[in-house]
Ligand binder design. Structure first.
Ligand code: ZN
Length: 109
C-alpha cells in the first residue's frame, strides 16, 4: 500500500472530521489503524482536539439532576456546585443530603 496524494488527502479530511484511526483505516482500505496513526503523526495531524472536551469551568447553574450544594465562597472564582448525581427527589447528592439535614436539625435545636 502506498500513501498516494489522494489517500493522504482523504486521511487528512477524515482525520479532521474527527473519525477514529480505525474508522479512517476502514475508509482507506488496505491499511492498518497503526499505519493511519503513524501517517497522521508524520503529517502533524496528531494534535487535533479530542472529541471529548473537558472543561475546568465551575458548574454555574448546575442542571437539576446534579447536586446543587455550593462549594466555596460565592465571591471566590473557585466557587462551584458539587455536581455529583443528586439523590432521587433531592437537590443534593447523598453526602450533601446528609449534611443538609444535619444542618437543618442543628438550626432547629
Ligand atoms: Zn453533593
Amino acid at each position: 500500500m502506498e500513501w498516494t496524494e489522494a489517500r493522504v488527502d482523504k486521511l487528512k479530511r477524515l482525520w479532521e472530521d474527527g473519525l477514529s484511526a480505525s474508522q479512517i483505516a476502514e475508509h482507506l482500505g488496505d491499511v492498518t489503524r497503526n499505519a493511519v496513526i503513524g501517517k497522521a503523526h508524520r503529517l502533524g495531524l496528531s494534535s487535533r482536539p479530542s472529541p471529548i472536551r473537558r472543561t475546568n469551568h465551575p458548574i454555574v447553574g448546575a442542571p437539576e439532576r446534579m447536586c446543587q450544594w455550593p462549594i466555596g465562597n460565592p465571591r471566590d472564582p473557585s466557587f462551584h456546585f458539587c455536581g455529583k448525581p443528586a439523590a432521587p427527589d433531592r437537590p443534593y447528592c447523598d453526602e450533601h443530603c446528609a449534611m443538609a439535614y444535619r444542618r437543618k436539625s442543628d438550626n432547629a435545636a
